[in-house]
Design a protein around this ligand. Structure first.
Ligand SMILES: Nc1ncnc2c1ncn2[C@@H]1O[C@H](COP(=O)(O)OP(=O)(O)OP(=O)(O)O)[C@@H](O)[C@H]1O
Ligand SMILES: [Mg+2]
Length: 236
């Protein structure tokens, strides 16, 4: 389980996270929702050690991640797929995957074949440069690059950004299957609340750095006021 406790982050005078607390249970998808600037990316970057908080703790089971170096957090099994996907354009699909396996103690050949089995299109395109991939393929590559290190926790920052609705729906199904088959704990950051809530077990809604809702995904999805005021979903 990931336990976020009283987490506050400032960038100078900007209060990006304000006393944020919630639990993300093991083997479940927790959606982190909210508009532009709500603090979603800051939350993920704090969990993976890229941003130092002003206050608060993040526990992965018994271990407090706050104060640990990013590479040690990664070694504990926290995989981070950043906003904008972070694949390296100039490299081929396989070279990107090799980078993902670099710091982890995994057998490279096994890891590659596992990812090509999971995402056959990446196998077909293994020698292609990333610049030739579609948005959906790029997102698959970014996920495969994190998964090759066999994480226990996967932090996904707006995976649906810029993808067509059908591609998004397929991606969401893939995330759900991953969670179920690998017992992954997933934090799914999305502005696309509707798609995320379809597959999430839990949901946390952030507004200007504060938690305004935290509960099971179904009850967040059913709350008209939340949807209207914080999630930008038109309520009919
Ligand atoms: N490096 C930074 N320096 C200063 N302010 C920052 C920095 N990164 C983010 N902020 C500010 O912190 C707040 C939270 O930003 P954050 O990127 O975490 O939000 P977000 O929910 O991910 O937004 P988006 O949906 O646009 O990705 C915003 O007010 C943003 O302008
Ligand atoms: Mg963001």
């Amino acid at each position: 389980m990931i336990k976020v406790d009283d987490l506050s982050v400032n960038y100078g005078a900007v209060r990006a996270l304000r006393e944020v607390s919630f639990d993300a249970p093991t083997g479940q998808i927790t959606a982190v929702l909210g508009a532009n600037g709500a603090g979603k990316t800051t939350l993920l970057r704090t969990i993976s050690g890229l941003v130092k908080p002003r206050n608060g703790d993040v526990h992965l089971d018994e271990t407090n991640l706050i104060g640990m170096a990013t590479e040690n957090i990664a070694r504990l099994g926290v995989g981070h797929v950043p906003e904008g996907r972070g694949v390296i354009e100039e490299l081929t699909v396989e070279e990107n995957l090799r980078l993902g396996a670099l710091s982890a103690k995994v057998n490279l050949a096994e890891g590659l074949s596992e990812q090509y089995e999971r995402f056959p299109v990446l196998g077909e395109r293994r020698r292609r440069h990333c610049s030739t991939l579609s948005g959906g393929e790029r997102q698959m590559l970014a996920m495969a690059r994190a998964l090759i290190a066999r994480p226990r926790v996967l932090l996904l920052d707006e995976p649906s950004l810029g993808l067509a609705p059908q591609v998004t729906a397929q991606l969401m199904r893939t995330i759900r299957e991953l969670c179920e088959n690998e017992d992954l704990t997933v934090l799914l950051v999305e502005q696309n609340a509707k798609s995320a809530l379809r597959i999430a077990h839990r949901a946390v809604v952030l507004h200007l750095g504060s938690v305004v809702a935290n509960g099971d995904a179904q009850s967040v999805a059913a709350d008209d006021d939340l949807r209207r005021y914080y999630l930008g979903v038109v309520v009919s």
